[in-house]
Design a protein around this ligand. Structure first.
Ligand SMILES: [Zn+2]
Length: 457
């Protein structure tokens, strides 16, 4: 295989000074734990940041103040967000083959976001198990009405181990997203899904589910297996108590912070992550890490006194997890400007070693970034993988409107071990890997703000 040739277009777009600046950004970001310190504050001092919570609001105010301190032009843009709070969540098998009289079997579970409540003292019903939507439909209303439906779709751990964790996730998560609604449509009393996760430590993993109007929860993989084994021997009845509440909508905030471009301030490059998290853990890998990478991008440029030619816009999105109200509000406000956006970057796949980017852009845009791959080579983050899907939930609307869009690809082999569980905590983030991510985002972002021609669309 021959080395890619440096073309005349590469040289015009990336003159020697720009390449030197990109190398300086790399060195500076790899040698500073600014992002990690910010992540420690967001996760340990502020804590879980579920949409609508006081912590989500405090986090927005904190990030805004830190970006002001860096010298950016910052605003907090209000968004109406849902506010759902977890309550009691217990379950036990109260009838099954071989049950010792006077005992029950505990089932470990957690409510899915937006779940309805059972009565305060719970409900008791037979459990029916399906692996697929087709099996549910085949059972029909007669066998589903009044029952607790368990969707037992397995997470493909071999795919995850082989580097295709997101493919495994997208296959399994359909049942978390749409299973409860499908069960409710056939009259089910409640719905359970097997946790969508790549490790089994009897941890339940929550997440968004379409509003179904019935109680809905994720059981651990171990408890799903237990129910399946006992159901093969006869009837299984469960007592289920879930008492979450849907409170009135709240005001949340997108944090938007600009480092004004010196030559083309109207042309914008977005760097972003989402500030809200689930409530069980402290939202370190999902997605405090993405927010602090974007913050560190601005911090490095300011520390090195590198003024971008186009505007660098840092966005900490609100409410990625429960419906995307933050990105929807931003789109409603700014969609008219999207033709002048040069690119949008989001990190929302954790903080492990970066491999490169998923890119939704014209093929010529990927060619134009060859010199950036050269700078990223020593980190290893050289992949520019074309995708036809927007590579980030919060930048989806920009991407669909034609803005070249980039999602950082991290090593995802362990991401779904912790994702949306109580174990999404700061210790899961390796400081040196977070620095690699911050360097990778900052290098691409500054290349996009300062390459001579804006990226082709
Ligand atoms: Zn996320």
């Amino acid at each position: 295989m021959s080395e890619p040739q440096t073309t005349q277009a590469d040289k015009l777009n990336f003159p020697p000074l720009l390449l030197q600046q990109l190398s300086a950004i790399k060195a500076a970001a790899l040698n500073d734990d600014y992002g990690y310190h910010q992540l420690a504050h967001l996760t340990e001092n502020i804590g879980p940041r579920p949409t609508g919570s006081p912590q989500a609001r405090a986090a927005a105010e904190y990030v805004a103040e830190e970006l002001r301190r860096l010298g950016l032009d910052v605003r907090l843009e209000p968004v109406t967000v849902p506010h759902w709070v977890r309550g009691a969540e217990t379950a036990a098998l109260v009838e099954y083959s071989g049950m010792v009289p006077g005992t029950t079997q505990k089932i470990v579970l957690t409510a899915l976001g937006g779940s309805s409540s059972t009565p305060a003292d719970g409900l008791t019903a037979d459990v029916v198990i399906v692996d697929t939507f087709e099996e549910l439909q085949a059972l029909g209303r007669d066998k589903v009405a009044g029952k607790i439906v368990l969707f037992n779709e397995l997470f493909d751990k071999q795919k995850a181990a082989a580097g295709l964790a997101f493919a495994a996730y997208s296959e399994a998560v359909r049942y978390r997203g749409a299973g409860p609604k499908a069960a409710a449509d056939l009259g089910a009393a409640a719905a359970l899904v097997r946790s969508v996760a790549s490790a089994d430590y009897r941890l339940p993993h929550t997440g968004f589910s379409l509003p179904a109007g019935i109680p809905a929860a994720a059981v651990t993989a171990e408890d799903a297996d237990l129910i399946v084994h006992l159901a093969a021997e006869g009837k299984v009845r469960m007592r289920l108590t879930l008492t979450p509440q849907k409170l009135p909508d709240e005001t949340g905030y997108n944090v938007i912070a600009d480092l004004k471009g010196s030559e083309h301030p109207e042309q914008i490059v977005v760097v972003s992550g989402h500030l809200d998290s689930w409530d069980l853990g402290t939202g370190a890998i999902d997605d405090g890490a993405g927010v602090v990478m974007a913050m560190q991008t601005a911090e490095v440029l300011q520390r090195l006194h590198l003024r971008p030619a186009r505007t660098l816009r840092v966005i900490a999105w609100m409410d990625e997890e429960t419906g995307g109200s933050g990105s929807k509000a931003y789109t409603a406000e700014y969609a008219g400007d999207f033709p002048r956006y040069v690119a949008a970057i989001e990190s929302d796949s954790g903080a492990a070693h970066p491999l490169g980017f998923e890119v939704k852009a014209a093929p010529t845009a990927i060619d134009a970034l060859r010199p950036v791959q050269g700078v990223l080579q020593s980190i290893g983050a050289t992949v520019l993988e074309p995708t036809t899907f927007p590579p980030g939930a919060d930048i989806e609307a920009m991407s669909e409107s034609g803005v070249p869009a980039f999602g950082i690809m991290q090593d995802g082999r362990t991401y779904f071990d912790y994702h949306h569980s109580a174990a999404d905590t700061l210790d899961k983030v390796v400081p040196s890997e977070l620095r690699e991510n911050a360097a990778t985002m900052a290098i691409l972002a500054y290349a996009l703000t300062n390459m001579k021609d804006p990226l082709p669309r």
